[in-house]
Design a protein around this ligand. Sequence first.
Ligand code: DGL
Length: 282
Amino acid sequence: MTARGSGPLGVFDSGLGGLTVVRALRLALPSEPIIYLGDTARVPYGTRSAETVVRYARGCARLLIDRGIKALVVACNTVSAVALELLRAELDLPVIGVVEPGARTAVRAVEGQLGGTRVPRIGVLGTAGTVASGAYPRAVAQISTRYEVVALAAPLLVPLVEEGWLEGEVPRLVVRRYVEPLIDAGASVLVLGCTHYPLLGHLIAEEAERLAGRPIPVVDSAAATADAVREWTLEDRIPTAPEGIAGLELLVTDRPQTFAAVASRFLGEDVPEVSLVDLSPG
Ligand code: DGL
């Protein structure tokens, strides 16, 4: 496949969570311009059927391609889980998702545990759609068949993050409820299989350590995905932009002011103006 010219990297998610990937991309590739689309009119994707997620994903990709992107970063675990292969087959540009990079990092984290009496287990927290798709067990099996994956849907974590409820008794208890079965099942690494979860990563790591009685590595697929995009630029699979601090354009399908108000927490920087776009017919 030939990569496109010198446009921005296109990144999309169902809403805010994908900004954690944008943040990691801006750290890893500061001279790459980025155009981000959050489909805030139709979030959440994680509770919808695969057919609906595919339809939404096609619409998001089309809008970004019409704006001249050179590569597409699918910063949504649910879309990466159910629609990535299809997008890759349909689109004439490089497409990177978040599941493969997260799975690779998780495997690296447990590699050192081989040789013990138990098969190392990789725990995954994700949306209902991601878990039902079996994408993480498949991605891990493609890397190595020596590991088992235990995946659990954690539906309450997305609304907690959307509400900005990141500290205190309530999120901690919810996190504990989701982490406990994975630790009980023998998980020795936890993958944050949803773009929202890195904002609760500190609580997830603390609760995992408390339950396991030792530190449990927590894999943030945002950082792993940014590393994968950088690798693709180094391998010339994605053309690089000239040196310099690059721009960031933010697009949403609903409520730009609300998005702008919370986006800086995800991005870790002041946010530029957020523009409203129309994806209909969806
Ligand atoms: N962006 C979704 C994901 O990473 C989480 C939010 C949603 O359900 O749309 O799976």
